[in-house]
Design a protein around this ligand. Structure first.
Ligand code: PMT
Length: 411
């Protein structure tokens, strides 16, 4: 792996816990790997480790006071925030996590954090009960939803005497996580889908019968989420249109999430973004029929039978396939037997560039699993057969194929 830390400007935020002593080793390791480390300490961190130690190891000025502006040409916390490639808070106390979650900016570190647009990583360290406190859990959830990445603490003997989770991860591990993250980001920035707008649909639509009942299907969203992640990893700008799912969508701030419940919602969400889209991947399981009427209040039990009249939904792919100009269109076909025949028929009828056939009756393929077994077809026939592999691998191969076909270059 190329040294992804070389030349990177990293703000290292050190907060006040006993693990602050490990920040010295962290600063040293990051600096030795070629990163420019700008340390910001909180007042409490200075009770545990000196500015001089960190200045000597980083060979950079260390910041702690927002009002100690030494350069009349620049405002330090804005300047640092604007030029950072990454912010790493290690160790992160419960206090800083709470302040970050609620946008408090009352010192140099928290003010910089509000001004920064670079990715932020947080390595917590605290007493095991503090780490499990509902307030801390809820603050971490808020931050995770905002795209902040956590480097989870390890388990072991804590400074407070307890044994449990809360010990700052070792500096070597933190450096490795940061390195991997930056390496992946660098490859995204130059990936084969760079400059392409990819829209992916995932999950199963729900068609309301009444306010408490609906028709849906078994799609978990996993396949679509894997495609969104793969497209992003190859450099695309990604919009993910998500129907019903129990899975958490990818937590990547670079993937735009749009919620769409019914087939009609999905049609509106997708067609509204269609003209701007380069590649559309429809991994969602969309209802073909919906109840003709959706009752405004709960349908009461009455006779021995109840007949629901269903009407066709708009076929999103077929409709968009007709108006296709620059777009590259990929459909999925969920079949229970005769997958090849039905998939090829859908490819032609919906004017698709590729179709991914999966026989959902086969073990390891289709709904809910982490794996899939697929055959990918174009107008000329079979392009790629993938035996039992992870959905991530299916997604990666599919997106590489799309990149190749839309750029005209073999990858
Ligand atoms: O979500 P998972 O649990 O990971 O499961 C993955 C999956 C089985 C849902 C996925 O791999 C898959 O096969 N998705 C397509 C399911 C489906 O709706 O297949 P279909 O054969 O009914 O439809 C063919 C294509 O037309 C699909 O791309 C579908 O999104 C699209 N379609 C269907 C109906 C409709 N009204 N509008 C559409 O655009």
């Amino acid at each position: 792996m190329l040294n992804s830390l070389k030349g990177k400007r990293i703000i290292l935020g050190i907060t006040g816990g006993i693990a602050a002593y490990k920040a010295a080793a962290l600063t040293s390791k990051l600096t030795q790997k070629g990163a420019e480390v700008h340390v910001i300490m909180t007042a409490s961190a200075k009770q545990f480790i000196t500015e001089l130690t960190l200045q000597s190891l980083s060979k950079q000025r260390v910041y702690s006071d927002t009002f100690q502006e030494r350069d009349p040409e620049a405002i330090a916390h804005i300047d640092l925030a604007d030029t950072a490639d990454l912010v790493l808070i290690a160790p992160a106390t419960a206090n800083i996590i709470g302040k970050m979650a609620h946008g408090i900016a009352d010192d140099m570190l928290t003010s910089t954090l509000l001004a920064v647009t670079a990715p932020v990583m947080v390595a917590p360290a605290m007493n095991v009960h503090m780490y499990q406190h509902p307030a801390v859990i809820s603050n971490m959830k808020i931050l995770a939803e905002r795209g902040i990445q956590f480097i989870e603490p390890g388990e072991g003997l804590l400074a407070c005497g307890y044994v449990g989770k809360g010990r700052l991860e070792e500096p070597e591990t933190i450096v490795r996580v940061v390195e991997n993250y930056l390496a992946q980001r660098d490859s995204t920035a130059s990936g084969p889908l760079k400059g392409k707008k990819v829209m992916v649909t995932a999950g199963g639509t729900i068609e309301r019968i009444d306010p408490v009942r609906y028709i849906s299907n078994d799609s978990s969203g996993k396949m679509g989420f894997a495609v969104a992640r793969a497209a992003r990893a190859l450099g695309a700008e990604v919009t993910l249109v998500v129907a019903r799912t129990d899975e958490a969508p990818p937590q990547d701030p670079a993937i735009e999430i749009v919620r769409a419940s019914s087939a009609q919602d999905m049609y509106e969400a997708v067609s509204g973004r269609w003209s701007d889209c380069d590649i559309l991947v429809k991994a969602a399981a969309v209802a073909d029929y919906r109840p003709k009427e959706s009752a405004g209040s709960k349908i009461k039990k009455s006779g021995d039978t109840l007949t629901l009249e269903l009407v066709k939904t708009t076929d999103i792919l077929e409709t968009l396939g007709r108006s296709k100009n620059k777009q590259f269109l990929i459909g999925f076909a969920a079949e229970t037997g005769n997958a090849e025949v039905y998939a090829k028929d859908k490819l032609v009828r919906k004017n698709l560039d590729l179709i991914v056939a999966n026989d959902v009756a086969v073990e390891g393929a289709g709904f809910g699993t982490d794996t899939n077994i697929v055959s990918i077809y174009d107008a000329g026939g079979l392009v790629l057969d993938l035996p039992l592999v992870s959905k991530d691998e299916v997604a990666r191969r599919l997106m590489l194929l799309a990149a190749e076909r839309t750029s005209g270059a073999a990858l």
